[in-house]
Design a protein. Structure first.
Length: 294
């Protein structure tokens, strides 16, 4: 089951969130036909974005995570709603690189560090909040940690992992974020750092059968963690014919006319979910007419 669990420590010094995302990452892998390295990179991005999305207070809010590091995988985009349902894609899904260690995919080399991690929070205000930080490692969890420290001044510990099976399917996937609340002292930081070290790679813990709640209970052991929320999440795309039609109109009159003259019809694929929308010549001409009226 894919779920997000949120907790707070008894003294109110740490808020924590964890996700298990095996099915949603596997869904992304199947839609985009990803090789293992791309599965790990996109999977980590999706789960990180999902956890941030789930913390939004605005019901119709959304979070977009954009990672562009100059590596062979190209740009990565993930978009989450305020429930943590998420969708995404990356440019080059078939990239393969030498392993970093026994069974360890080199996500950092695939993503690259010559670029930025950008987070766009749309919470219903006139302008969305945009924060951007240089990439630290390309491993994504460390980059999100750097983002929170720099852009939002929130000390954060983040762990993300995707374990790919020998048949390239997702064996397990998950992650966590621990954030200090105002007033937390240095002893709490030391305690969390030790807990993160003790936990080790999150995929190992998940492979042994732990769920998101158990991951947080281990990380917050002795700090009286209190369960705030437990919700299921999934890979979810919101595309529909109307949105795709608007995208076609936004191409402009010239390109639309060119499409009608040369192709006669169009098949447009949603980049998030690979759903194909067919537009006949008549439908394209209708869209051209509405583009002309603009």
């Amino acid at each position: 089951m894919n779920e997000i669990v949120r907790m707070i420590t008894g003294d109110g010094s740490v808020k924590a969130i964890a996700i298990t995302g095996k099915d949603l990452v596997e869904r992304a892998r199947q839609i985009h036909k990803l090789a293992p390295l791309a599965t790990a990179a996109l999977g980590r991005s999706l789960m990180g974005c999902s956890m941030i999305g789930a913390t939004l207070k605005e019901e119709k809010g959304s979070v977009t995570l954009r990672i562009k590091g100059g590596g062979p995988l190209g740009s990565i985009i993930a978009v989450s709603d305020s429930q943590g349902n998420v969708r995404g894609y990356l440019q080059n899904g078939q990239v393969e690189l030498p392993l970093k260690g026994p069974g360890k995919l080199d996500v950092g080399a695939g993503v690259g560090t010559d670029g930025f991690l950008t987070l766009i929070k749309d919470i219903g205000l006139k302008e969305p909040y945009v924060g951007s930080v240089p990439l630290v490692s390309g491993e994504i969890a460390e980059d999100l940690t750097a983002y929170f420290a720099t852009s939002e001044q929130i000390p954060t510990a983040c762990g993300l992992g995707v374990l790919v099976d020998t048949d390239q399917s997702v064996l397990c996937a998950g992650g966590y974020m621990l954030q200090l609340l105002p007033g937390a002292d240095d002893a709490v930081i030391d305690r969390l750092e030790e807990a993160v070290r003790r936990l080790g790679p999150v995929t190992e813990v998940l492979r042994q059968g732990a769920d998101a709640a158990e991951v947080l209970n281990r990380l917050l052991e002795g700090m009286e963690p209190e369960l705030l929320e437990r919700t299921s999440v999934s890979y979810k795309c919101y595309c529909d014919r109307d949105r795709v039609s608007q995208a076609v109109i936004s191409l402009g009159k010239e390109e639309l006319r060119d499409m009608i003259d040369k192709e006669g019809s169009a098949d447009l694929t949603c980049q998030f979910c690979d759903k194909v929308y067919h537009f006949s010549k008549e439908e394209l001409e209708e869209l051209l007419a509405s583009a002309t009226e603009d």
